[in-house]
Design a protein around this ligand. Structure first.
Ligand SMILES: C[S@@+](CC[C@H](N)C(=O)[O-])C[C@H]1O[C@@H](n2cnc3c(N)ncnc32)[C@H](O)[C@@H]1O
Length: 339
């Protein structure tokens, strides 16, 4: 057996364990607790966070082993610089990596079990892990929030046009609403409606909009994209990483988009750019996407190429424009009514 390869795999294994330990610290607010307390014994940390002391004790040992914590006094711990980087609210937090690792493990286990039958249970698989679902939105916001603000909004002119009109934006499949909330913060006159199929997402989105002081303009509701209807025509209809979830009924989705847009309105669809060349999947920045497409398969979905999205805009008489970002890994396809 190749000893170097074996060493390399063992190194990677440690990386996976490290993220699993960090995940527990994130979702049970142990890092946040240590931020407040500064230093704490396992018993103190458990009391502060409302967790079981025996579990926290074992977690402290493992977080210490992986250098997320230091022992600063006998049996009392403080976060290392590395540990602090998993604080969910820290700028550039590493939290998304921890959540993604555990979600990935769940999806891998489901894919392995489903492969013999070919069954594809759909969206509900995401909600099977009780601790993961509330972190799904924050994970995506952590991964893409600054990217939207710094790369996409400044470089896609359609946003400035909608801002100038002070119009109504609709976000179909809004998750925890981070995209619409960011737009609402940036465009002070924008009104918005976000729609998602999961109650948990809508509760989180509404709570966060209230906390951010924009709930009077930006609202969220539970519903199915396929039955979406509003009385007022929209200036912007957005879908972020949501179109591939409903691609099997794309004709209906594009009909709904067209029908609910003002004549001068725009649709902005943001999706991962699935490469048409398999070799590109070997690039470090695209490997995760290859695995994610397997977990999408479990949910009944698959990733899309921007040309496929553009073709659907054409089908309903809309003019598509394709923008690529992030070394072409991200595609934004804008659709407008033809003059
Ligand atoms: C990958 S998530 C993206 C969420 C959000 N747009 C973001 O960028 O963070 C896809 C979202 O689409 C929602 N979704 C999928 N199918 C849906 C449907 N038929 N009706 C409403 N929401 C749906 C899911 O609940 C999920 O929140």
């Amino acid at each position: 057996m190749n000893a170097d390869l074996r060493q390399e795999v063992m190194r990677r294994t440690q990386g996976a364990i490290f993220l699993n330990i960090a995940y527990i610290g994130v979702v049970n607010r142990l890092f946040d607790g240590l931020l407040t307390l500064g230093k704490a014994s396992a018993v103190e940390l458990a009391a502060h966070t409302g967790m079981d002391a025996a579990y926290v004790n074992r977690w402290c040992d493992s977080a210490y082993a992986f250098e997320l914590l230091d022992e600063v006094e006998t049996d009392r711990f403080a976060m290392t610089e590395l540990g602090q980087m998993f604080l969910p609210d820290a700028p550039g937090s590493l939290m998304p990596f921890a959540v993604n690792a555990v979600l990935g493990a769940h999806m891998a286990e489901r894919a392995a079990g489903l492969m013999p039958s070919g069954e594809r249970p759909g969206e509900k698989v995401l909600a099977e892990r009780k601790t993961v679902l509330p972190w799904f939105g924050p994970m995506l916001e952590g991964m893409f929030g600054s990217f939207l603000s710094n790369e996409i909004i400044p470089n896609v002119p359609a946003y400035q046009e909608v801002d100038a009109r002070q119009g109504l934006a609709v976000d179909l499949g809004c998750g925890n609403g981070w995209y619409l909330r960011r737009l609402g913060q940036r465009l002070p006159n924008l009104r918005g409606i976000g729609l998602d199929g999961f109650d948990e997402n809508i509760n989180q989105a509404s709570r966060l909009a209230a906390k951010e002081g924009i709930a009077d303009r930006i609202g969220f509701r539970v519903g199915d994209i396929h039955h979406f209807a509003i009385d007022e025509a929209a200036d912007l209809i957005a879908m972020n990483r949501a179109l591939h979830h409903v691609w099997d009924q794309k004709e209906n989705v594009f009909r709904i988009i067209k029908q609910h847009l003002k004549p001068e309105g725009v649709a902005i669809i943001w999706e991962p750019n699935w490469p048409n060349n398999r070799q590109l999947l070997r690039e470090p920045g695209r490997r995760g996407m290859a695995f994610q497409n397997l977990s999408e398969h479990v949910q009944g979905n698959h990733f899309l190429q921007p040309a496929e999205i553009a073709a659907q805009f054409e089908q309903v008489g809309m003019q598509p424009e394709i923008y690529l970002f992030g070394e072409d890994r991200e595609a934004v396809v804008v659709g407008r009514n033809k003059a």
